[in-house]
Design a binder for this molecule. Structure first.
Ligand SMILES: Cc1cc2nc3c(=O)[nH]c(=O)nc-3n(C[C@H](O)[C@H](O)[C@H](O)COP(=O)(O)OP(=O)(O)OC[C@H]3O[C@@H](n4cnc5c(N)ncnc54)[C@H](O)[C@@H]3O)c2cc1C
Length: 364
């Protein structure tokens, strides 16, 4: 490895990965008076955090361990986004729309009903969402909103630039190891050092050699967007497809859940199948134009829960494995992990034991 690449002011913490998790964490670390440095292998905010749909599906979370964290995240979201928008003068496209859940035998509502779910008649649903064509059981989830995750990535990057946090792109971290001065971080451009290192490398977190493992694997999702679509007021969660309106004539639809490694291809037949399901629910979508198709990699853990906290290697932390909810969980992850790093220990009323990096995870 070449000479030290960490010229300039030494960092208090190195954040590996500039997805929404790493960017949100770097912002909170800076707000607590620390000097974070973000190292990004490619381009910031262009992986899962760019590929996601932006649903903030906290009240749809049925997992008992995850639900309190998800609801805390949903409560924090509007305040967090408003602060970011004030700081930067840019919009993150937060839409407090609520979600309509369309139940069917293959897509049942949880029983007993979860807090925040309200059953409604098909007529009432049609009044709330005039384009909807669905005769079955409908549930309104009033607390599940959405955000434009691509806009949010740009807003976070702008906020970091304004507060003087460096995001170094095209720097791939290969390994993290204890050294005489905290932790050494070996990268494609040389060695960096810091007392604290946080692995926020999403679906790639497990590829970084380190004394403590991050057993994360890619869970691929294919999606598409339509433009000149009829206006939809709500996020719609149907059987085998969801619809997320952006409020500018675009509607996003997704998504598959595939275990096929890092294969970035998009299959036209898969997109056509998703589109058929979407049009069955909202027939006027047939008039909209296909704008874009894409695929991304959710960071999956063996038990589908994130890894949040310190590892057995002093100074080395994980904030990854957020699977299907990383856009929702970015601000709460940042708040918890930044506060813990600043104080030297985890302090929150939430039970974080299910997310401990060294838990013995049972595969699902
Ligand atoms: C199709 C799809 C739909 C989704 N929909 C939703 C949704 O509606 N709501 C929701 O909450 N979540 C959703 N998700 C999940 C969500 O997108 C992820 O959980 C979240 O974006 C993860 O954020 P991240 O920052 O951990 O990962 P990423 O955004 O993938 O960022 C990780 C970053 O680390 C970088 N990196 C990797 N390896 C290294 C290295 N060795 N050195 C330096 N940098 C490295 C990568 O280049 C990348 O920029 C969806 C995901 C997909 C794919």
């Amino acid at each position: 490895m070449g000479p030290s690449a960490s010229a300039g002011t030494p960092a208090d913490a190195i954040v590996i990965g500039a997805g929404l998790i790493g960017l949100a964490l770097a912002r909170d670390l800076r707000a607590r008076g620390l000097r974070p440095l973000v190292l990004e292998a490619a381009t910031a905010a262009r992986q899962a955090s760019w590929a996601g749909a932006g649903m903030l599906a906290a009240y749809r979370t049925a997992d008992r361990a995850l639900r309190p964290l998800a609801i805390a995240a949903a409560r924090l979201y509007p305040v967090w986004v408003a602060e970011l928008e004030r700081e930067t003068g840019r919009s993150a496209g937060y839409r407090p729309s609520g979600t309509l859940f369309l139940a069917s035998p293959a897509h049942p509502a949880p029983a007993p009903a979860l807090q925040g779910w309200e059953a409604m008649s098909a007529e009432a649903a049609a009044e709330l969402e005039p384009g909807l064509h669905f005769a079955g059981e409908v549930w309104r989830i009033g607390g599940d909103h959405s955000v434009d995750n691509r806009a949010l990535g740009d807003v976070l990057l702008a906020a970091l630039r304004q507060s003087g946090v460096e995001v170094r792109e095209h720097v791939r971290v290969a390994a993290v190891a204890p050294s005489a001065h905290g932790l050494a971080v070996e990268t494609s451009v040389g060695r960096f050092a810091a007392p604290v290192v946080v692995n926020c490398a999403g679906a790639w977190a497990g590829a970084i050699a380190a004394p403590a493992p991050a057993p994360v694997r890619p869970r691929k999702g294919q999606m598409f967007s339509l433009r000149n679509a009829p206006p939809l007021r709500h996020v719609i969660a149907g059987e085998g497809v969801y619809l997320v309106p952006r409020g500018d004539g675009r509607v996003l639809a997704g998504a598959t859940l595939e275990d096929c490694g890092f294969d970035p291809s998009v299959d036209a037949a898969v997109v056509a199948g998703l589109r058929r399901r979407a049009e069955a629910l909202v027939p006027a979508l047939a008039q909209a134009e296909l704008e874009e198709t894409w695929a991304g990699f959710r960071p999956g853990s063996p038990d589908d829960l994130p890894f949040l906290g310190p590892t057995s290697c002093p100074g080395y932390w994980l904030a990854t494995g957020h699977f299907r909810d990383g856009i929702l969980l970015a601000p709460i992850t940042a708040k918890i992990v930044a506060s813990a790093i600043a104080k030297g220990r985890l302090t929150t009323a939430l039970d974080l034991r299910p997310f401990a990096p060294d838990r013995a995870a049972a595969p699902r």
